[in-house]
Design a binder for this molecule. Structure first.
Ligand code: UN1
Length: 457
């Protein structure tokens, strides 16, 4: 790692932030609005770049740019809503209020699979909250990062260094984590990556926002609209070639409808159009790398050894020999096997039969990750139970839609090894600010809280 370059980047980011925090938040919002407008103008060329770097199909790539645009709109509105509560003080002539201030510089580490949207989740909120961002993109997606940065530079005037790219890998990520001049580490990636980075930031009592791996499950109940469920499961499990943190990896199907669902799902997987992601009729592009392909094959062979019936999963001989196209795999199991506990970033769906909803929810929750979950049912008791505290333990719980494809308006993230962070909508902005509790005495006496007497007469 070039330490000189690193230090320069951090001091530029720190310096520009000091200027930026003086700009009133609604004015900061206007800059983010211009950013969003430019993204709109360049939507299709940005999508083409995503397809090139992340290999996702054009419609999903466009959806990803849209997600970044939506974030700009959301953050623009938010720039007038960074509210602090005013609480009734227990003392006369006192005001008790919370104030929200920027943190400083955010270190944003992003993965290959959402090379623009996840940056936008972070950068748009960080910026309206008054922070600068150092962005370390995935080495697979540097050109996406530079394209975003170029657009930012076009509209940001003196504030172009509010976003600075730090290319690199683990060394750069570790440097950010160790650095006290980085006031929040927001990292998206595998649980393993998060576990390596968390103690480094923790050692300096730094703030983190982790959005890590998922091991997302679907539950199909007897009352479900099966055709709708099959469509949703196919998109979540096979779509994006299983390379979303929200991809569906496990499915629990009620015994009464098990055979029907398996048959329909096999048909649905057989009918997927797999090929060049630039072709608008393609539904699945290739895996990101040969390494991903190898990991997928290893998981499938372990699953077979553990007694799973594996359908699909083989490499398809399509177009360029350097691309790894695969048939999404279905693994039918009689019992929970070890492979189902890990997130393999590839299209593999483990399917198991269940008898009672309690049993299905136990299976679903009995993994270390806790990002997304879905139930397919037309029974309000089942769906409400699933959403209750005794139901799904994930950060995202869906009814009659798949596990993937969340909108930006909700807070995004999950529990347990998923890291606990929340990004994008709702009040996720609070992670990018520090809270000051201010008590103002506008009287001429000095009453103490809790009625404490401290008589100096
Ligand atoms: C990710 O895979 O890291 O909910 C993010 C979804 C997308 C974001 C996925 N909006 O699937």
């Amino acid at each position: 790692m070039d330490l000189n370059n690193y230090n320069q980047i951090v001091s530029r980011a720190n310096d520009v932030q000091k200027m930026w925090q003086k700009v009133p938040a609604p004015k900061r919002g206007e800059v983010i609005r211009s950013f969003g407008n430019k993204l709109r103008e360049h939507k299709s060329e940005l999508a083409t770049l995503i397809t090139k770097d992340a290999r996702k199909i054009i419609s999903e790539a466009e959806g990803e740019v849209q997600e970044a645009i939506d974030m700009c709109d959301f953050a623009t509105g938010l720039s007038r809503q960074l509210y602090g509560l005013t609480m009734p003080s227990e003392r006369p002539n006192h005001r008790l209020q919370e104030l929200w201030h920027p943190l400083g510089t955010v270190g944003c580490i992003t993965a290959f699979n959402f090379p623009m949207a996840v940056f936008a989740w972070n950068f748009c909120l960080a910026a309206v909250c008054g922070n600068s961002t150092i962005w370390k993109p995935s080495p697979h997606a540097n050109s996406c990062a530079h394209a975003m940065k170029k657009i930012w530079d076009e509209i940001s005037g003196d504030f172009n260094d509010l976003c600075i790219i730090l290319e690199g890998g683990k060394d750069e990520a570790v440097a950010l984590c160790q650095d006290r001049k980085i006031h929040l580490i927001s990292a998206t990636g595998s649980c393993q990556m998060g576990k390596e980075l968390a103690p480094i930031v923790g050692a300096r009592m730094g703030k983190t926002l982790f959005e890590l791996g998922g091991n997302n499950a679907g539950i199909v109940c007897p009352s479900a609209d099966i055709d709708l469920a099959i469509k949703a499961i196919t998109f979540s499990a096979a779509g994006t070639s299983g390379q979303r943190c929200t991809s569906m990896r496990r499915l629990f199907v009620h015994e009464d409808i098990f055979e029907t669902c398996i048959e329909k799902l096999k048909d649905s997987f057989d009918n997927l159009v797999i090929g060049d992601p630039n072709n608008p009729s393609t539904q699945l592009g290739p895996l990101i790398s040969e390494n991903s392909f190898k990991e997928m094959q290893l998981s499938l062979s372990n699953a077979k050894d553990d007694g799973a019936l594996v359908i699909g999963g083989e490499r398809l001989d399509i177009e360029s020999p350097s691309d790894f196209y695969v048939k999404p795999a279905i693994c039918i199991v009689d019992q929970i096997i070890e492979e189902m506990r890990e997130e393999t970033f590839a299209p593999i769906l483990y399917i198991k039969k269940y008898k009672t909803l309690d049993e299905a929810i136990n299976y679903q929750n009995d993994v270390n990750q806790g990002l997304s979950s879905a139930i397919f049912t037309n029974d309000v008791r089942e769906s409400e139970f699933f959403l209750s505290a005794e139901g799904s333990d994930c950060g995202i719980a869906n009814v009659n839609i798949g596990t993937s494809g969340a909108e930006i308006g909700g807070a995004f993230g999950g529990e347990k090894d998923t890291g606990g962070g929340r990004e994008s909508g709702s009040d996720a902005w609070k992670a990018y600010m520090r809270r000051v509790t201010a008590t103002v005495n506008f009287g001429s006496d000095l009453p103490l809280a809790q009625g404490v007497e401290f008589n100096d007469e």
